[in-house]
Design a protein. Structure first.
Length: 318
């Protein structure tokens, strides 16, 4: 199979038939063999009923329905698990991503031998305050921390080699940083393509300011995992040593001062009245806690098990 199109969605019943018709037209024009995977992330409108109707008429349409809303990353994870195509295309269901981009994205993966191609919505039709400014901040921070020179990490329109999506674990709100996850997994042939961004035709955006905060927290998580994910003791152990050394130095200063005053019969204060005593005590305790955090991180890393992150209530054509 040439292409799998993975489409996560939440309450997009108005756009689904139009989107599928557009995708099918592009696929037939280019003589691709394909499948379209709709992942219904707990919609409360008629989205699942429409997916069922499409699946009954078209064998290439497949559907996954979540029991409730788990988030875009979990929807992509479920779609990636089921995708069979040599090239996997992801896009949003709101018609803001153009299926006409699929042939060139496909060629960039197959002919230029790229592992991943990320879309760049150079000209956007979103609200400047609600999405454009946050997106610019996200992209700037992601470039600085990851070293990837992409303009639009969060663009939903992307193309992947099948081996990429089978080896990248998308969780939390990490869908916006899949290129970084791919790079950390060892896929370095990552490209970018300017794509058409269209104004939303139906419904309203699902963007909220909580996603703005969560996105930055996830970026910090990615930075940590890329640097220390395999050996957390390297970070926490180093911090523990630093804090413990500060504590020992403070304790040594207290001891030397005490001995000096005793040797020269100078008036001395109680050790507990010396502020350096509390600095020494606090830094030693903090250093010990860092060590413990490092040990716990190593134990968790070695004993972790895959957890069920979402529940599927029903499927179509699988």
């Amino acid at each position: 199979m040439n292409i799998s199109v993975v489409i996560p969605l939440l309450n997009e019943d108005e756009s689904l038939k139009e989107l599928y018709t557009w995708i099918a037209r592009v696929m037939h024009a280019n003589k691709y063999t394909y499948e379209v995977l709709f992942i219904d992330d707990g919609s409360t409108d008629r989205s699942w009923e429409i997916i069922q109707e499409l699946a009954e008429k078209h064998s290439e349409v497949k559907g996954i329905r979540f029991l409730q809303n788990y988030g875009k990353s979990q929807a992509l994870h479920a779609g990636f698990n089921k995708a069979l195509g040599d090239v996997v295309i992801t896009m949003d269901a709101d018609l803001q991503d153009s299926p006409d981009e699929i042939p060139e994205l496909f060629n960039m993966i197959t002919e230029k031998k790229l592992d991943l191609v990320s879309g760049w919505k150079k000209k956007r039709y979103d609200s400047v305050i609600a999405k454009n400014i946050p997106s610019k901040l996200f992209n700037w921070a992601a470039r600085r921390t990851s070293g990837l020179k992409l303009h639009d990490f969060n663009c939903g329109l992307k193309a992947y080699k099948n081996s990429v999506i089978k080896n990248v674990d998308v969780y939390g709100e990490m869908h916006r940083y899949i290129p970084v996850l791919a790079k950390n997994a060892g896929f370095h042939n990552i490209g970018e393509k300017v794509v058409i961004h269209q104004a939303r035709k139906y419904g309203k955006t699902k963007f909220g300011y909580d996603r703005f905060i969560n996105g930055f927290l996830d970026l910090i998580t990615i930075w940590f995992l890329s640097k220390f994910g395999k050996r957390p003791m390297h970070l926490f152990g180093a911090l523990g040593v630093l804090m413990f050394m500060i504590g020992l130095a403070s304790a040594g200063y207290i001891g030397i001062t005490k001995l000096y005053k005793l040797a020269y019969d100078l008036p001395a204060i109680l050790v507990t009245d010396n502020p350096w005593f509390y600095i020494s005590l606090a830094t030693m305790i903090i250093g010990t806690q860092f060590f413990l955090a490092g040990f716990l991180g190593e134990i968790v890393l070695r004993s972790k098990r895959d957890k069920e992150r979402y529940k599927i209530s029903e499927t179509e054509n699988f």
